[in-house]
Ligand binder design. Structure first.
Ligand code: SF4
Length: 445
């Protein structure tokens, strides 16, 4: 069955669609069609999370991944999240609960129709990969009550000390070997095939190489990409259901060639209203985007000639630009390292270091924090990050607030106001005006 019209509404996109973007749409459409047909074809699926996902391992068992966070953000882009959140709140979930959770529960109560307008199958397994967010545990406790299926948890230690030790690695590997893999074997009836896993990890590393090349293209002036709003599209396959597949390898190879061509032609990124004519501001962005007003939010930046040259959100499902690649020679160890290395599993000093490095490496004019109400994994410590990064790199920080998928927390006038003040401050700094402070919390508004 082909995707329904809802799909077209699901993702507000840049004005011009490149071949890679069309390819990604096709990949997603095929994936959701397989999921819709799963009750008839017998294909099995697993609900799991983006950070610390074990896609290569799941695919080696012929399992189709379903990512509830992706469903939630796509529901917001389709204008459904208000209704879904309201249903969850009526069922007793407090206003303070992460809105991804409430959106997902509301979607389930409304028939579990996914991003393409096609019904999602019930899970055959819940795989709780726990990377740094306590909400993950509560979320899957709720889903466990909703569905009649097994659940397995992979506990991923937080990088509190700022590094992965061998003990931490072995702790994750032993859980994979003794808990996760036996459950996957039992759910699918298939024996673990380490050679197949190695082959998938090899493909992951190939795609990751091209993905990093795309991210690093933003070092050019003008940057050929927007690494936050545009970056959302680039992370699609590698953060969701496709790492370790030929489709992902082909997608990133094609994307890389397109971006290289833009560099060759000296072009800036494609924005909601067409190509950027003049790159006026280069900024680094910390925090997830708002999904309910994605296009409007993006336009507030593009109207100012502001391009995100790096972002932390594009590292939430894996940090590759600092050198990590999946290693087929150490299949379980590399999965452990991947899980422990996701952005929200890093301590605050590591996050400060990363953002400061981005500001310097990408010659950014400043950095901006979008603090989302829902997500403590991101928001806790962001004011500290603001001060520390300013001190470390001497560039002005800005602070705005919104939410992931709850439209009640998107105040367009307030955000636009702060952004305009922020970009004015950068202009003043360029002109040598003294004493410019952070815009937003505690700064000049
Ligand atoms: S609190 Fe943040 S990391 Fe945790 S589930 Fe919600 S959005 Fe994801």
């Amino acid at each position: 069955m082909s995707p329904k019209p809802g799909w077209e509404k699901a993702a507000p996109e840049p004005a011009q669609k490149d071949d890679s973007q069309l390819r990604q749409k096709k990949m997603l459409a095929e994936h959701y069609t397989r999921l819709e047909n799963a009750p008839r074809t017998g294909e099995k699926n697993v609900y799991t999370f983006v950070p610390g996902n074990l896609t290569e391992l799941l695919r080696s068992f012929d399992l189709l991944p379903v990512l509830p966070e992706i469903n939630a953000l796509q529901s917001a882009m389709r204008g459904k999240s208000r209704e879904y959140i309201s249903l969850a709140e009526k069922a007793g979930h407090s206003e303070d609960v992460c809105t991804y959770v409430k959106c997902d529960l509301g979607m389930k109560k409304s028939g579990n129709v996914g991003p393409t307008g096609q019904k999602l199958p019930d899970p055959d397994l819940l795989l709780l990969s726990y990377t740094g967010c306590f909400t993950f545990m509560k979320w899957f406790e709720i889903l466990q009550r909703e569905y009649d299926c097994p659940m397995v948890m992979l506990h991923v230690p937080y990088q509190g000390g700022g590094a992965i030790t061998d003990n931490m690695r072995q702790y994750v590997v032993s859980q994979l070997r003794e808990k996760v893999i036996p459950v996957l074997e039992s759910v699918t009836g298939k024996k673990f095939d380490e050679d197949e896993l190695r082959e998938r990890l090899r493909k992951s590393a190939q795609a990751e190489e091209d993905f990093v090349h795309v991210l690093e293209s933003a070092r050019n002036r003008p940057s050929p990409i927007d690494s936050y709003f545009g970056g959302v599209y680039y992370i699609g396959p590698i953060f969701t259901a496709f790492r370790g597949t030929d489709a992902a390898v082909d997608y990133y190879r094609e994307l890389r060639a397109e971006v290289d061509e833009r560099v060759r032609l000296g072009k800036g990124p494609v924005l909601p209203d067409g190509e950027l004519e003049e790159e006026k501001f280069r900024i680094v962005v910390e925090g997830p985007p708002n999904w309910t007003h994605f296009r409007e939010f993006w336009k507030m930046f593009s109207d100012e000639g502001a391009v995100a040259v790096a972002s932390t959100y594009t590292k939430v499902g894996g940090v590759y630009d600092l050198g990590f690649r999946h290693d087929p020679d150490h299949p379980l160890e590399t999965l452990a390292d991947y899980c422990m290395g996701c952005y929200t599993n890093l301590n605050l000093p590591s996050r400060v270091k990363m953002i400061s490095q981005y500001v310097r490496d990408y010659q950014a004019d400043g950095f901006l924090i979008n603090s989302v109400k829902s997500c403590n994994s991101f928001s806790a410590g962001q004011l500290l990050i603001l001060r520390e990064v300013e001190n470390a790199c001497g560039r002005p920080g800005g602070f705005i607030e919104s939410d992931l998928v709850d439209p009640r927390y998107f105040s367009a006038a307030n955000i636009k106001n702060r952004l305009e003040s922020y970009f004015q401050m950068i202009e003043q700094k360029r002109g040598g005006a003294p004493g410019a402070a952070a815009v937003g919390e505690g700064g000049g508004r």
